[in-house]
Design a protein around this ligand. Structure first.
Ligand SMILES: Cc1ncc(C[n+]2csc(CCOP(=O)(O)OP(=O)(O)O)c2C)c(N)n1
Ligand SMILES: [Mg+2]
Length: 387
């Protein structure tokens, strides 16, 4: 037995070829893109091309043993660009482990991302450094960042209240304008996690300025989204009383327009929002995964036709940007990725022993035991060729 709700069409501005053809669902967001210039959108394309070239390099570097693991974002660049550019400098962003484009836009050096996947750093980057654009650390524990994001959003409410001389936190009062807000990313599979749902309870109760962005890339590793939910994911948030919409996630304009509106609403004290972006992970879940084991080639090919880069490039061409300009942007992106590749190759080798150093402040017998085991294991290879 189903619930009788008619789902509106996912919000879309551009068709698959990049023609500007906003659908009915997009109508109320049209004003959000009024101030955008062609240069702005060309800048988005630059970020998308940069991200794709970097992603391809990192996938290859993992195959060459230079990175321990890589989580590709190939295919998800459209919504990542739109959402990244929809945020303001003072906003805070909480990623999963796949928002490489967003990290780049906010100022996190791509080398820092790669170093983490090489096993060289425990956290990644210094979030308190203003250069890193309030882009928080990658989170592999699914859904944990939803609670962190909601907590930081709630702290923004408390700060605003304190400034106004009112420290009471009353769930019955309307939201508080905060001037800044939080964007929290997670995937379709993560919407089933307890923590992701608990964060929605708190966000709604306290009208926290947080926008949850679900990149529905159709899979949680090998589990298709239909196994997570028999109804569209965006509806989950409606059950919590949180405004929620579904967008074409390969349409950067749609992500920008909706992201901008929801983030502004959050900053103005109108509470949390939830956006489901329908996209597709063209690459593997991570370099440890073989997607041919669980998805059909036809499905992959059909999504490649909706490539977000091709779509924005098509839009730019229709607005008069020349093929030469597009090619030049692509070449700059490839050159940039080669530079990062050289930097990655120059990084020091990992020191596996270091992983035990920061587990506890004090020495611990279990950790000592594991360290000793690793040392003995490594010693067992002594004298072997390691090339
Ligand atoms: C709490 C927790 N459970 C399980 C895992 C193992 N795991 C890593 S990624 C993943 C799938 C996540 O899927 P989704 O939320 O759709 O994000 P995507 O990787 O597709 O971007 C799982 C189950 C984990 N990292 N954390
Ligand atoms: Mg997924």
């Amino acid at each position: 037995m189903g619930i009788n709700i008619t789902d509106p069409e996912p919000i879309q501005f551009l068709d698959a070829d990049g023609a500007f053809a906003p659908n009915e669902s997009a109508a109320e967001y049209l004003s959000e893109i009024e101030d955008l210039t062609l240069e702005d959108i060309q800048g988005w394309y630059r970020s998308m091309a940069r991200s794709r070239a970097f992603d391809t390099e990192c996938t290859n570097l993992q195959r060459q043993g230079q990175l321990a693991l890589w989580a590709p974002n190939l295919g998800q660049e459209g919504c990542q660009a739109g959402f990244a550019y929809a945020t303001e400098p003072q906003d805070h962003l909480f990623p999963t482990y796949r928002e490489h484009l967003v990290a780049d836009v906010r100022g996190v050096p791509l080398l820092d991302l790669a170093a983490q996947f090489r096993g060289l750093s425990h956290g990644g980057w210094d979030v308190s450094d203003p250069k890193h654009g309030n882009f928080h650390l990658y989170t592999v524990v699914l859904g944990a960042q939803a609670q962190h994001a909601q907590g930081v959003a709630l702290s923004m409410v408390l700060d605003a209240k304190r400034t106004a001389g009112n420290t009471a936190l009353d769930p019955n009062e309307p939201g508080t304008p905060t001037d800044r807000a939080v964007m929290c990313f997670y995937g379709d599979g993560t919407t089933s996690q307890g923590e992701a749902n608990e964060a929605l309870v708190f966000a709604q109760s306290y009208q926290s300025p947080v926008v949850f962005v679900v990149q529905n890339n159709q899979y949680a590793i090998s589990v298709p989204v239909a196994r997570q939910s028999r109804t569209p994911i965006y509806r989950r948030a409606l059950g919590f009383g949180i405004p929620s919409v579904q967008i074409d996630g390969n349409d950067a304009l749609a992500a920008y327009a909706v992201g901008r509106k929801f983030m502004r609403d959050a900053r103005e004290g109108r509470g949390p929002g939830y956006i489901e972006a329908l996209t597709y992970r063209i690459g593997a879940h991570t370099t440890s995964d073989d997607p041919t084991r669980y998805r059909e080639n036809e499905e992959l090919e059909s999504w490649k036709l909706k490539d977000p880069l091709r779509r924005i490039a098509g839009y730019l061409r229709q607005r008069g940007v020349t093929d030469e300009t597009i090619t030049q942007i692509d070449e700059e992106a490839a050159a940039h990725a080669r530079t990062v590749r050289e930097e990655i190759l120059a990084l020091p080798a990992t020191q596996p022993d270091e992983m035990f150093a920061h587990v506890y402040a004090e020495p611990h017998p279990r950790i000592d035991e594991q360290r000793a085991w690793l040392a003995a294991y490594e010693a067992s290879f002594a004298g072997e060729e390691t090339s």
